[in-house]
Design a protein around this ligand. Structure first.
Ligand code: BG6
Ligand code: MG
Length: 219
């Protein structure tokens, strides 16, 4: 049976979550809001506009759409300036080996990211050709926890959702995978990702028998 393996990008393939956090902190400062690392967990996987709205809900101050647009632009420019010099050293532990193993067994692979910068990042990391399908923040109307992106990835891979596996570091992403009827595998801390069917601190921590069963078992 051919399966579809869907990889989130930020925090699953590459360690960009710290850059998103750094940039949002600056914007939160402008708005006079405190924004902690703990709170940043809530924003993982969440689109740019929705992330800003989430931060601004922490204050009773009201901001014009013009001001919000300026901050969205500033956040993204800052973010792009941080990621443009990234190297493969920032790939997360074990992810390349897992991608290669999946590729070697003939399954399909998709990227399922909420980021509008996903293609840029894949190009920087020379990973674009690793995926059969790329679904990013430009491909969908609704961001995670809505399952639209993962369902689109399954459709484009021509693999039924129930035969898809999703690797996610975000609470919203795990919820989207579950809502899509896919097998959710959390990559990160169990305390945040307890809704995932399985969870590992990182790909490097993933039990090899578990991985072999996931990839090699043909039924
Ligand atoms: C997700 C990140 O992958 O992409 C979020 O986890 C981010 O933190 C979202 O807000 C949108 O990213 P971008 O690059 O389009 O601002
Ligand atoms: Mg992520």
């Amino acid at each position: 049976m051919q399966k579809g393996f869907i990889f989130d990008l930020d925090g699953v393939i590459v360690d960009t979550a710290k850059y998103h956090y750094q940039c949002w902190q600056k914007i939160a400062e402008h708005a006079g809001v405190k924004f902690s690392l703990e709170e940043n967990e809530e924003l993982k996987g969440v689109g740019r506009v929705q992330s800003l709205e989430w931060i601004l809900k922490k204050t009773s101050k009201k901001f014009s759409q013009k001001q919000k647009d300026i901050w969205l632009e500033e956040k993204n420019q800052h973010y792009v300036s941080l990621i443009k010099d990234m190297t493969r050293k920032e790939l997360l532990p074990g992810v390349l080996a897992v991608m290669e193993k999946i590729r070697d067994t003939g399954h399909r692979m998709a990227l399922g990211s909420a980021s509008k910068n996903a293609k840029l990042i894949l190009d920087i990391l020379r990973l674009t050709s690793s995926f059969d399908v790329i679904v990013d923040g430009k491909s969908v109307q609704h961001t995670k926890p809505n399952p639209e992106g993962f369902l689109l990835a399954a459709e484009l891979m021509r693999i039924p959702p129930e035969n898809c596996v999703v690797f996610e570091d975000a609470i919203a992403g795990v919820q989207a995978a579950n809502a899509a009827g896919m097998l959710s595998i959390g990559i990160g801390k169990q305390k945040y990702l307890h809704e995932a069917i399985h969870c590992f601190e990182s790909f490097a921590e993933m039990d090899q028998t578990f991985l072999d069963n996931l990839i090699l078992v043909n039924e």
